[in-house]
Design a protein around this ligand. Structure first.
Ligand code: NAI
Length: 247
């Protein structure tokens, strides 16, 4: 129960990795706000949290819109009373080779993955500073470090998340706020459902541990970074990728 008395916000938590993070933080004692475009999925996730004896609230917000993210923080403050942890997890892909990539697909991925993370941090920081501390974890990707053919927009957004993480970590360390990133490899969720047949086999050959990751593999890394055990870690990128990228 290392997070007892804490309130966490997890974006994109109606399903997949975000949902696993929300449930894991609740298992550790946190009350959790589940933020998503998909309010029915968010409401289901909140049921799982209250089932574990914690408080939860479902918030419908598009992280790409500043006003909606500000509204999200106001709603969480009104319903749960404080914020100690923010996990910027909401993310999307719109894949395609660069010469065929539409400007709107470039912009949408940057708006959600990178600007959405900026919005979350900017909206929550004043609350964390007033409380004299807190922990932010941004979900990046191995692709943000390695690059990936067909994902120029996504890789750029996730590389941006890493630079954003390190800069904000430096800016607010003196205020007791830690800011870290978790960079998943390939995780078995809706986002990777298209990976089938030969492309899946080829991918598995690049993963020393020989399997895709699970949402829980990522949730455990986030749990550590927001726990008191990680109090002296900030500006770090924790790679959780089965050994696909080392160093
Ligand atoms: P998912 O597609 O299963 O879930 C994403 C959730 O975010 C959905 O519930 C969706 O409704 C929500 N969402 C999308 N746009 C939103 C917006 N504008 N505002 C609020 N909510 C929004 O994806 P998954 O796999 O769980 O990914 C979660 C995070 O992990 C993403 O940031 C993704 O880029 C990252 N990631 C995933 C990997 C994978 O292999 N699945 C690998 C590396 C990183």
């Amino acid at each position: 129960m290392e997070l007892e008395g804490k309130v966490a916000i997890v974006t994109g938590a109606a399903q997949g990795i975000g949902r696993a993070i929300a449930e894991t933080l609740a298992l550790c004692g946190a009350d959790v706000a589940v933020v998503d475009l998909d309010i029915s999925g968010a409401t289901e996730a909140v049921k799982a949290i209250t089932h574990r004896g914690r408080r939860g609230c479902a918030v419908k917000a598009n992280v790409a819109e500043w006003a909606e993210v500000q509204g999200m923080v106001n709603q969480v403050m009104a319903e749960l009373g404080r914020v100690d942890i923010l996990v910027n997890n909401a993310g999307i892909t719109r894949d395609g080779l660069l010469l065929r990539m539409k400007e709107e697909d470039w912009n949408l991925v940057l708006d959600v993955n990178l600007t959405g993370t900026f919005h979350g941090i900017k909206a929550v920081l004043p609350v964390l500073m007033k409380q004299r501390g807190g922990a932010i974890v941004n979900i990046a990707s191995v692709v943000g470090v390695m690059g990936n053919a067909g994902q120029a927009n996504y890789a750029a957004s996730k590389a941006g998340v890493i630079g954003l993480t390190k800069s904000v970590a430096r800016e607010y360390a003196s205020r007791g706020v830690t800011v870290n990133a978790v960079a998943p490899g390939f995780i078995d969720t809706a986002m990777t459902q298209g990976l089938v047949g030969e492309s899946r086999e080829a991918l598995l050959k690049q993963i020393p541990l020989g399997r895709l990751g699970t949402p829980d593999d990522i949730a455990q890394a986030v749990r550590f970074l927001v726990s008191p055990a990680a109090a002296y870690i900030t500006g770090h990128v924790l790679h959780v990728n089965g050994g696909m990228l080392m160093g």
